[in-house]
Design a protein around this ligand. Structure first.
Ligand code: ATP
Ligand code: MG
Length: 425
């Protein structure tokens, strides 16, 4: 028989894990809510052109996309990231006309990248992200870092730090591109094939290469700082000043250029310093983009955003032993002794309608076996339906913690549960 398995780089989220997912998602939604971000849900696939923009040199776009064409129709791509689809939607629905800029959006869902699977790196993974579009201000760059940081901290993670850098405005970056080209000109033969291509298309990306990372010419590459114009320097100073004021610790990382081509000014990554996080240490990363809205056919409008990997968040929570929610104890278990027909189901339905978590015994089993179930579910109250009591319209109710038992008429079951269960937390 065929051996059916999850595709490489994907995973099933089983019930023992899904409650933790829900906890993280709930935390994220509540933080977004207080920050005034609203959810946007865009398609999981888009026209390939949405992701593959002219002259894009990133690995994600050139090597990692799931691209397909069905019945000879236009080429489509499973979304590898959130931002492009959202800006496409922002322009399509003319959200730039909103009287109250910035438009503040968040998204949560599956992303797809053809990668070599490792712990914390999958082919289907989940990202939460935000986009703040329409107002360019260093205060907003700092605000969204604060938002992401408060989620990571709110979950209870301790060992994280913010790495930050600026790519400057278009003018600063084109100065820097020339400086870099000049520097790498004599080192071209040493560089990997990808870097040779990057040299032509976008020399900034050379600094992000994982293959050539340790070459001497990488280490001696001039930093972007010297190419920044005064305006870009001032913008960055204000971002850092705001982070200081918010008491968010950061490190300036002059080599940080980030994986996507569209960033300008602020770029940042929040990374874990926990030993178990290994090379998949980035929890979230993002930056400002000045030209993306225009690229998609909207007005010249700046935006800033980040993407956060939820699998990585969970892995780190486990590594740091942050307590996440387990399945809660069961409120009531309805036991059946002898021939009691549908009464246990009826009672369970009534108890559930009153808002208590309840299970019932559906097939004939010994009292001992049923008490084992009561134990396994960490049940608080056992409701015992016996043949004799049933005829008298009565049931036994046992408070498991106190080991006390009383007999009550059917009509008083809920009141009795309220009394026993309401008395505790
Ligand atoms: P990396 O350098 O680790 O490949 P990236 O720069 O490609 O990251 P982004 O495109 O910025 O990542 O995505 C934002 C976040 O999404 C990352 O910080 C990470 O937490 C998560 N992420 C990215 N790729 C994967 C993946 N293949 N599996 C799981 N999480 C991922
Ligand atoms: Mg990547």
């Amino acid at each position: 028989m065929a051996n059916y398995q999850t595709p490489r780089g994907t995973q099933d989220i089983l019930p023992s894990q899904s409650r933790k997912w829900l906890q993280i998602e709930t935390l994220i939604r509540s933080v977004c809510d207080v920050y005034g971000y609203e959810e946007i849900r865009t398609p999981m696939f888009e026209d390939t052109k949405v992701f593959k923009r002219e002259n894009d040199s990133s690995d994600m776009v050139n090597k990692e996309m799931y691209t397909f064409s069905v019945h000879g129709e236009d080429s489509m791509t499973l979304r590898p990231e959130g931002t492009a689809g959202i800006i496409r939607s922002f322009v399509q629905h003319k959200m730039y006309g909103n009287a109250d800029l910035p438009v503040k959006l968040y998204y949560m869902g599956e992303m797809f990248r053809y990668e070599r699977p490792q712990k914390g790196r999958y082919r289907q993974f989940n990202q939460f992200g935000i986009e703040n579009i329409g107002v360019k201000s260093p205060m907003i760059d700092a605000e969204i870092i604060a938002l992401g940081y408060s989620i990571v901290k709110g979950l209870g993670l301790q060992s994280v730090k913010v790495l930050i850098n600026t790519l400057g405005d278009e003018q600063s970056r084109s100065t820097y591109r020339e400086v870099l080209k000049d520097h790498f000109k004599d080192h071209l033969p040493e560089l990997c094939e990808d870097c040779k291509r990057r040299y032509e298309i976008n020399p900034l990306r050379l600094l992000d290469c994982k293959v050539d990372h340790d070459l001497e010419c990488m280490k001696t590459a001039p930093s972007l700082e010297q190419s920044l114009n005064e305006e870009s320097k001032e913008y960055f100073r204000q971002v850092l000043g705001a982070l200081d004021a918010l008491e968010i610790p950061y490190e300036i990382d002059a080599r940080l250029v980030r994986g996507l081509d569209y960033y300008t000014h602020t770029v940042f990554e929040v990374v874990s310093t926990h030993p178990e996080s290994g090379t998949q240490a980035t929890v979230f990363g993002g930056g400002r983009y000045d030209n993306l809205v225009e690229y998609f056919g909207g007005p010249q409008m700046s935006g800033v955003g980040f993407g956060m990997g939820l699998e990585r968040l969970l892995i780190l929570a486990e590594a740091e032993q942050v307590p996440l929610e387990e399945r809660p104890a069961l409120d009531a278990y309805v036991m059946a002794l002898g021939n009691v027909g549908s009464k246990p189901l009826e009672l369970a339905t009534e108890i559930r309608a009153a808002g208590y978590r309840c299970e019932f015994n559906a097939v004939p089993r010994s009292l001992k076996a049923q008490f084992k179930s009561v134990d396994r579910f960490r049940t608080k109250v056992a409701v015992i339906v016996g043949e004799t009591e049933l005829q008298q319209g009565m049931v036994n109710i046992k408070d498991i913690k106190n080991q006390t038992q009383i007999t009550v008429p059917f009509e008083q079951v809920i009141d009795t549960l309220d009394r026993i269960l309401g008395g505790e937390e």
